[in-house]
Design a protein around this ligand. Structure first.
Ligand SMILES: [Zn+2]
Length: 80
């Protein structure tokens, strides 16, 4: 690791879009913009969220969506 900006990015968890390539993140959280390779996916819109906290901010009805299978936890390692 010899790129100070990437180190800072990893510490804060809020990578700039141009750094996502370096870190090889397949997706970006729609709420906090953190790069991620696994998280919640809302099937109907394709929106992704890194954590249940972020999901709940965007989707107050998160529990119902999880129950009916519209929202689920997945990963995108196969894309990187
Ligand atoms: Zn997030």
């Amino acid at each position: 690791m010899d790129h100070p900006d990437i180190e800072r990015t990893m510490l804060t968890g809020y990578p700039k879009p141009e750094y996502l390539d370096y870190e090889r993140h397949a997706r970006q959280c729609d709420v906090c913009k953190a790069g991620m390779n696994e998280g919640y996916l809302l099937e109907t819109s394709g929106d992704c969220y890194c954590s249940s906290d972020c999901t709940a901010k965007d989707l107050p009805e998160m529990d119902e969506l999880l129950q009916d299978g519209t929202l689920f936890w997945t990963d995108w390692y196969y894309e990187i």
